[in-house]
Design a protein. Structure first.
Lengths: 258, 1037
């Protein structure tokens, strides 16, 4: 009798464990979206502005990121009031780098290479690649579990339409996306990096990461960013994404003095 | 019936769960690898000598060459750019690579067999076959884990799911999984298609890619024991199948075929890719030779039997045929032997590469190009082996031992398999490169020590106890090996002979053969202080008979020797000795009397090799010992502790441990903290050995760990791996603090070592991507804390404060479970710099705080924790603290000047904006012109301060801001007191800036009266210069 009970418990335990191990992809995605605040709220976001800072040695570089549907993104990082700009306007990418050259200073816009553009395009998706992944041409597979900084996470291997493979790590307790591990092809050469998210805070009913670290795979430390403010559905002018034809006035970073 | 049971079980479970819910017990704190991973670890290489390469394959993907390089015990490395850069792709798994094969039809599918097949005495072990279907990024173990080693894999070119695996089988015992296995379903199931007996494994395999059902296999009977090696036996044989392994024909034993008669040993086989009827076989036999068949193995003709070609078949058993010329055949051995006449004659090429060649790859498109794997790394030739280029960035060093010295920065040193003894720094300007390492001796290296009595000298050795004391400045070395006296029985020195300095008497060293010797004069003379401490068993002293068919007595099989010497740090007369034949001996009277404690260790199989004894630094009677039975086929870890001088021993063995044990160490400052190195990695115990956790910090691989050393001044742990070089855990202080009470806290600040500043000149230059440079310890002030749980939601704030509790900086934090480490730069934030058309690069850095004690404040929710961190000045610095404070204060002063100027320039620019805007709105043209003029005038004022040209070329436009920024960089870049020139320059610039500012203000004051009068009349808002307070507020945003 005792023996039978033992086996029964074993079977139960094994089957329960087996179930969690074989988490269904769509179930995981649903839980993840729920954790973020729900698909409805997410899809109601038309624009988003993130202001914060990037740590660069002893420097704190103000950073400003603007999103606007459909698929537009503008990132600005200010170094000593010189603003590096990177934009994807829904079709093409362009950038301004006033630090380029020997002494910097030039503020004209340059087109991005197709490889960089295709990576940037992914960043422009407010929803993230998991929402309507099939419709977007991405493929998502369950890839087991792994610990991220000491906490278990479910792994989703997302093969993006552009060929980049991103493994998204969904925290096993909260289902929040705590790490993205990407392998992309830039000029036919693999570039791998990890993005680790933390400091989740509520913004208009949505949980959003307010700290982020980007590092090359295997590097002990990366670039850390802290987001001080995340604003949803604020006015963002379409002109912000249009590639200027001539050298514009030095762009202003909202929240940054000039 | 079953339903009833199920119901009861469910009820029981429900009951149990509800009980749990009612009385929530605090969950036990999870202590595992992740708890300590935040401590980090860094590999310092070296890559200069690399290590043994055991398997190779490569494939062209489009026009780029992807190479897979398998190391003997250093894992699998992949290059996607023809060998320029490399990445380890197998670190989570077994690090001993036996065979690898890229599927001929799909370069994304790679088959990998673990367990090296070149079975030297120090060879590691594998755990089966793996496969990747994504080009090597991820791997799945497919079984055959009892094979211990895989010698070859062939993949069917018609279907990459069909593969043949040569399982060589356990080396030190019979049984296991041996023979040729086949899978038809990508490794899900295996069929053993060729088997001889429990002592014979498959040591080679060759598939005819033009007719993939044709397979040749070399079966090999062999066995290694601690005291001998036996190659050859009736089980050995050469087989062929023409039906995909359904049936086999034995090719030897039939005189008509022309192969040697009698007992065979190891057989290497290769098929000419350009003409698969041509097959080569190097056959170990009493009269072994290379054989060639020109009719697909039907008959064979004897070719070269030169000693170079037939050398050490257990170690050199690889054949390669030119992809285009069937008569051009290569036999890697001590060097590379090349034949252009079908194996009839050979010449040696490749003397410049490291000796001992194993696998080889020849470019199918350009056969001039080839790669070989040697005992000393991977080499590439572009001229058929006549000249070689070493791949200098594969850090595969196989250390046996490591020690550290007291230099600043300290050096690590140790000996390696077939790669001498090396010394290199723990830190170097710009990182630790190959050029920083120096070769101290020769042969196979083992123990190496800095002479504590004279920093110019080191103790070094090569195999069989050939030891010397060497002057590292002059290179002169004196042999110090003890020699037999008249009539004395021959000394037996282990392959890896222990040399051990006394921890209490500087200048005293111990060495051991079967006797223990002590020298008090740096090895000039020796006193024998023991009887034969081994079993002295004649049956196990038979190394001269070692080798089997081919003699092989290299001292690697010398047995009944002393292997471990552990003089007590508490008592100079107390010495522990461990022997390779299982004796644990103790003397308490400096060697006058000895007690053999071998029988007192329960649970340990008799005569198990004593791999390590560690005398505790805390109590005389306490010692730790590891035992290693792998050379008798026992792979289990054995670790014991005694607290009563060896009368009783307590096992510290838990299920978490993997791999036979090499070394145990007790932390010098926390007696509960233990470190254990095994063949399969490093393990830590935080509680004196009750529980062990695998060490995986810094992506530390599952690599053999053979020795550990503490650098007590720096509190560093130095790890000697056999396959992946030296790793350093910088500053163990936070780990040492991880005691039970701390582990139970939600958050705790952990102590760190005082942070020693140590400037080093930047070395190196642009060397391309193939240069190997290992990381130094992270720059900055190390701040450590502990989190019981990973922090995902909620703030965690870290602040550094000065003695007046002023916040200096808020470094970004990490939030992992367990130990977290943050490296604060030790610099204040860089200054605010006036905005111009270009950046002022010289002012990017911040003022470096002087040495001293700084407060740390960690805030998590309502919990506020405080501690301190100490910064120490560079001990070699020629400057005083006052000098550094003068520098710091001056830099801050110039930073303030830069900031004042930033305000001035912003004030001007803001006023220009206001004037432009008002000017645009004003209707009267004459008035409008006044505004335009004002804006222009201000522009000339602004242009005195900052560059204004926007074209991005090298304008050379430098203004007051740039002069000041340049001065700032100049003062901040030097540790000492600012020079008089710089101080004078500061004052000169102050005057120039003041003048420019006064000029601008005068103009503003003058023009504003007129312009504001116009505006007032028009009913418009007056021009209002920005106040400093407004500007200050803006900066805070």
């Amino acid at each position: 009798m005792k023996k039978i009970v033992f086996w029964m418990i074993l079977i139960l335990v094994v089957s329960v464990a087996g179930f969690t191990a074989e988490e269904n992809v769509d179930q995981l995605i649903a839980k993840h979206l729920e954790a973020r605040g729900g698909l409805a709220k997410l899809q109601a976001i038309q624009t988003m502005r993130i202001t914060g800072k990037m740590m660069y040695g002893p420097m704190e570089l103000p950073i400003n990121i603007e999103f606007k549907r459909p698929n537009q993104i503008r990132i600005e990082i200010a170094v000593q009031e010189q603003t590096i700009v990177q934009v994807f306007d829904g079709k093409q990418g362009w950038s301004i780098n006033p630090l380029a050259g020997y002494q910097g200073g030039k503020k004209d816009a340059q087109p991005m290479s197709p490889d960089e553009t295709k990576e940037f395009e992914v960043q422009a998706d407010i929803d993230g690649p998991l929402v309507d992944y099939a419709k977007k041409g991405h493929k998502v597979e369950y890839a087991g579990q792994e610990s991220v900084e000491g906490a278990q996470a479910y792994k989703l291997k997302v093969t993006l339409k552009n060929g980049t493979i991103t493994t998204m790590f969904l925290d096993a307790d909260t289902y929040l996306d705590v790490k993205d591990s990407s392998k992309m092809n830039i000029r036919d050469t693999e570039v791998e990096n990890d993005v680790i998210y933390s400091d989740f805070k509520e913004v208009d009913g949505m949980l959003m990461a307010h700290a982020m670290e980007i590092k090359a795979k295997g590097a002990p430390e990366g670039q850390k960013m802290i987001f001080e403010k995340v604003e949803l559905n604020v006015p963002v002018d379409d002109a912000r994404f249009v590639m200027p034809e001539k050298a514009p006035e030095a762009p202003k970073v909202p929240g940054v003095s000039s | 019936m079953i339903r009833k049971h199920l119901f009861r079980v469910t009820i029981l479970l429900f009951f149990a769960l509800s009980l749990l819910a009612q009385a929530p017990q605090p969950a036990p704190v999870k202590v595992d690898s992740d708890t300590v991973a935040g401590i980090g670890a860094r590999n310092i290489g070296p890559a200069i000598m690399s290590g043994r390469i055991s398997a190779l394959d490569a494939v062209y993907e489009k026009d780029r060459l992807t190479i897979f390089c398998g190391a003997a015990s250093g894992g699998l490395w992949r290059s996607k750019n023809g060998g320029t850069t490399w990445k380890p792709v197998f670190d989570k798994y077994n690090q001993s690579i036996g065979a690898l094969r890229i599927a001929p039809t799909d370069p994304q599918i790679i088959w990998l067999g673990t367990g090296e097949s070149w079975v030297r005495n120090s060879v590691s072990i594998g755990d089966g076959v793996y496969r990747s279907t994504d080009g090597g990024d991820t791997w799945i173990n497919l079984g055959l884990s009892a094979s211990e080693r895989i010698s070859a894999i062939e993949v069917d070119p018609r279907n990459p799911e069909v593969a043949y695996v040569a399982a060589q089988g356990p080396l030190w015992s019979s049984g296991g999984e041996r023979g040729v296995y086949k899978t038809r379903d990508g490794g899900k199931t295996w069929e053993r298609i060729l088997f001889v007996d429990k002592n014979t494994g498959a040591a080679s395999l060759a598939m005819d890619l033009k007719n993939p059902d044709v397979i040749y296999a070399g079966m090999w009977q062999h066995r290694r024991l601690p005291w001998t090696f036996e190659s050859g036996g009736p089980g050995s044989g050469f087989y062929k199948s023409s039906d995909g392994g359904k049936t086999w024909t034995k090719l030897n034993g039939d005189p008509k075929r022309g192969l040697p008669d009698g007992i065979l040993g190891r057989i290497a086989v290769a098929i000419a890719p350009s003409d698969s009827k041509v097959v080569y076989a190097a056959v170990e036999a009493k009269d072994g030779a290379l054989y060639r068949s020109d009719n697909s193995g039907e008959t064979w003709t004897r070719q070269s039997d030169s000693v170079d070609v037939m050398l050490r078949p257990f170690y050199f058993s690889f054949l390669a045929v030119d992809p285009k010329d069937p008569l051009r055949v290569y036999k890697p051995a001590l060097f590379l032997n090349a034949s252009s006449d079908g194996g009839h004659s050979f010449t040696i090429v490749g003397y410049s590469a490291h000796a001992d060649f194993h696998p080889m790859w020849i470019d199918p498109i350009n056969p001039e190009r080839m790669m070989v794997g040697t005992d000393g790394g991977l080499y590439v030739s572009e001229d058929r082996g006549n000249s070689w280029r070493m791949v200098p960035n594969l850090p595969l060093a196989q250390f046996y031992h490591v020690s550290v010295d007291e230099a600043q920065p300290y050096n690590v040193m140790g000996g390696l398999q077939d790669n001498s003894t090396w010394r290199g720094p723990s830190k170097a300007g710009g990182g630790i490169a190959n050029r920083h390492w120096s070769n101290l001796f020769g042969g196979d290296g083992f123990w190496a020590w800095a002479d504590p009595t004279d920093a110019d000298y080191v103790y070094v050795e090569y195999q069989g106890g050939e030891m010397a004391r060497k002057n590292v400045k002059t290179g002169g070395s004196r042999s110090i090996k003890p020699q037999e006296g008249p009539g004395e029985s021959r000394y037996r020195w282990n392959w890896n002979t222990p040399i051990m300095p006394s921890p209490v008497e500087k200048g005293t060293i111990f060495v051991g053969c079967q006797y223990l010797f002590c020298s008090r004069d740096n090895g000039n003379s020796w006193e024998r202080i023991s009887i034969d401490l081994t079993t002295n068993n004649p049956a196990k002293i038979s190394n001269e008979k070692s080798g089997g068919l081919t003699s092989d007595n290299s001292s690697a099989e010398m047995h009944c020797t002393i292997y471990s010497i552990a003089p007590s740090p508490k008592n100079a007369k107390l010495i522990w000795v461990g022997t390779d034949d299982g004796n644990v001996q103790l003397t308490k009277d400096g060697g006058k009397t000895w007690k053999n404690l071998a029988g007192k260790i329960t649970g340990l199989p008799s005569r198990t090799w004593v791999s390590w004894i560690e005398a505790s630094p805390y109590a005389e009677g306490t010692a730790f010992a590891t035992f290693d039975g792998h050379t008798n086929g026992d792979m289990k870890p054995y670790i014991y502790r005694t607290d009563d001088f060896g009368q009783t021993w307590k096992p510290l063995i838990t299920p978490e441990l993997e791999g036979f044990a090499h070394v145990v160490k007790q932390d010098p400052l926390n007696p509960e903290l233990l470190y254990l190195g095994t063949e399969l990695g490093l393990f830590l115990s935080l509680d004196g050995g009750q529980a062990w956790i695998r060490f995986s910090a810094g992506d530390f691989p599952r690599v053999p760990v053979r020795d550990l050393a503490f650098q007590t001044r720096e509190h560093d742990l130095v790890i000697a791996t056999h396959g992946r070089g030296i790793w350093i855990v910088d500053d163990l202080t936070p780990l040492r603090a991880l005691k039970k009470d701390v582990l139970e806290k939600d958050v705790a600040l952990l102590p760190s070592r005082p942070q020693q500043r140590l400037g080093l000149p930047f070395e190196g230059w642009c060397e391309g991507d193939q240069a190997y440079v290992a990381r130094n310890a992270p720059d900055g002030i190390n701040i450590a804390y502990y989190l019981k749980k990973r922090l995902l939601i909620g703030d965690l704030k870290l602040e550094v404060l000065d003695e007046n509790s002023q916040v200096l900086d808020t470094p970004p934090v990490s939030k992992r479970r367990g130990i977290n480490r943050v490296y604060w730069s030790g610099e204040l934030k860089g200054p605010k710099v006036a905005k111009g058309s270009t950046p002022a690069f010289s002012a990017f850095g911040g003022p470096m705080v002087p040495e001293g004690t700084y407060k740390i404040r960690l805030t998590k929710g309502k919990e506020v924790l405080e501690s301190q961190v100490q910064i120490l000045a560079d001990p070699r610095s020629p400057f005083t603290r006052e000098d550094r404070v003068a520098c710091f204060e001056t830099v801050k002063e110039v930073a303030k000047m830069l900031e004042d100027m930033a305000y001035t320039v912003d004030r001007i620019a803001d006023l220009q904006d206001q004037a432009k805007q008002r000017g645009n709105e004003i209707k009267v043209d004459a008035q409008k012109a006044k505004f335009v003029k004002f804006v222009k005038a201000l522009e000339t004022k602004r242009a005195l301060f900052v560059p204004v040209r926007e074209e991005g070329g090298i304008t050379g436009e430098e203004r007051l801001r740039d002069y000041l920024a340049s001065l700032y960089g100049s003062i901040n870049g030097f540790e000492g007191r600012p020079s008089k020139t710089n101080l004078d320059r500061k004052e000169a610039l102050r005057k120039d800036i003041q003048k420019a500012t006064d000029d601008a203000e005068l103009r503003i004051k003058k023009d504003l009266v007129e312009l504001n009068a116009i505006l007032e009349k028009a009913g418009m808002k007056a021009l209002l210069p920005m106040e400093r307070s407004t500007w200050n507020d803006k900066q805070k945003k």
